[in-house]
Design a protein around this ligand. Structure first.
Ligand SMILES: Nc1nc2c(c(=O)[nH]1)N[C@H]1C(S)=C(S)[C@@H](COP(=O)(O)OP(=O)(O)OC[C@H]3O[C@@H](n4cnc5c(N)ncnc54)[C@H](O)[C@@H]3O)O[C@H]1N2
Ligand code: MOO
Length: 400
């Protein structure tokens, strides 16, 4: 069986991502969600010509040298001056308050001298100064945030200012995780002979939870056909949108996941990708459920999730594929063989700017090297190796 190119595998997976479904959430729950409808302003902002300063509003033409203007009232935020000003008049005004009819300029109080019911100014009036015109920020019906934008605190502030109490966001998938392997025990368990601590579901759960409506960990199941089928049945019964298994993906007699998935009615799209780590990745569907069978090796599991599951989840929510960065190497990379290499790298901040420092470790079972990994350098198939300073493509590990 030949190895599928990475792009072909990704395209095959993305073809199964369903249409975006919108749901309304209150602003207080919108952080991190993705807009499913553009955010449109429902009013002009500011809704009236507003003062940008504490000071006095008047007609600029009245502010001649030595002139005194009569103060005829006050305009505060929330309590406007009801009338209109006539020539020779001014209104005491505060930041955010409506500029009274008849006034065309505000002068801040540091440039004004109050004399009883009069005010004179120590600086010339500049027509229109210190006034935020109605609709200067945004206008009724204006599109403020595009569909397919992730809602950050800044954007939630904009949505609130636009008078939206709820937002239409993309429905998130429910994700199930299942670890396979006779040797696996949960973290915190005293290790018996031949045992290995199960780490994959914890790393994957943390990586994928920000995209998920619910993340269900179905635990660990032994490499035994009936047990595997039972646990898969249980996992499918929870109606996940996406089910992810780890381990048992390779070719050994104990690698039973592929057969068990087929027995459970999963239609396999592909198995084995031209990449390292992560070659034995499998993908299929069962009804509407997308099923990923990740390799058990801890680095392979995290890398295949980053390269395939993260783009799937972004597409599910209506986001484009994650940006690949181009950054200079802080050290040489060795030549690559025929499989595309997703090389662990640290992001280091040199005086010339950020650089990628390749992590020499290439063993896909070497968990501790993940601790320093911020980026995955995407080293092309048969790349001859690159010198320090060369710009190379990389995927940020922790960006959404
Ligand atoms: N003859 C061949 N052998 C292997 C091939 C091959 O092409 N021919 N491919 C290798 C590659 S590449 C990979 S990657 C691994 C993937 O194997 P499996 O998916 O079957 O993984 P396991 O055998 O179940 O486990 C591998 C390794 O990872 C540890 N593991 C498993 N699950 C977890 C977990 N949840 N948390 C932490 N560690 C886990 C497991 O104990 C093993 O040490 O196959 C190669 N072999
Ligand atoms: O694909 Mo495996 O992850 O190289 O060890």
């Amino acid at each position: 069986m030949s190895l599928l190119p990475v792009e072909d595998a990704l395209r095959a997976i993305l073809a199964h991502v369903p249409e975006i479904v919108a749901e309304e959430v209150p602003l207080s729950s919108a952080e991190g969600r993705v807009l499913a409808q553009p955010l449109l302003a429902r009013h002009d902002q500011p809704p009236f010509d507003a003062s940008a300063m504490d000071g006095y509003a008047m007609r600029a033409a009245d502010v001649a040298e030595g002139a005194r203007l009569r103060i005829v009232g006050m305009s505060q935020a929330g309590a406007a001056f009801a009338g209109s000003i006539a020539p020779g008049e001014a209104v005491r005004i505060f930041t955010g308050a409506p500029v009274p009819a008849g006034a065309d300029t505000v002068i801040m109080q540091e440039q004004a001298v109050r004399e009883g019911d009069f005010v004179r100014f120590t600086a010339p009036a500049r027509l229109g100064h210190s006034i935020r015109p109605r609709g200067n920020d945004f206008t009724n019906g204006q599109s403020l945030i595009d569909i397919g934008t992730r809602l950050t605190p800044m954007r939630i502030a904009v949505a609130a200012a636009a008078n939206a109490a709820t937002l239409a966001v993309s429905r998130r998938p429910r994700i199930g995780l299942l670890a396979t392997g006779d040797e696996l025990v949960l973290p915190g368990t005293p290790l018996g002979q031949d045992q290995i601590v199960a780490s994959n579901s914890f790393g994957l759960g943390a990586m994928l939870a920000p995209y998920a409506e619910a993340m269900t960990d179905h635990g660990i199941v032994e490499d035994q056909a009936n047990a595997l089928r039972d646990r898969l049945e249980h996992a499918f019964a929870a109606a996940p949108d996406i089910l992810i298994t780890t381990g048992g993906a390779s070719v050994g007699e104990h690698d039973l996941v592929q057969d068990a998935l087929k027995d459970m009615g999963v239609t396999l799209d592909f198995w084995r990708i031209n990449m390292r780590p992560g070659k034995p990745l499998m993908f299929g569907t069962r009804g509407k459920t997308l099923v990923f069978g990740l390799p058990g090796n801890p680095v392979s599991a995290m890398v295949t999730a980053l390269v395939f599951i993260k783009p799937t989840l972004r597409a599910w929510l209506g986001l484009d594929e994650p940006e690949h960065w181009r950054l200079p190497l802080a050290a040489d990379t060795p030549p690559n063989a025929a499989r595309r290499h997703f090389m662990r790298a640290s992001l280091v901040h040199l005086p010339e700017g950020p650089h990628l420092l390749p992590i020499a470790q290439t063993d896909s079972g070497h968990t501790s090297s993940l601790a320093g990994a911020d980026m995955l350098i995407v080293q092309p198939e048969n790349d001859p190796g690159q010198r320090a300073g060369t710009l190379v493509e990389a995927l940020p590990i922790d960006a959404f």
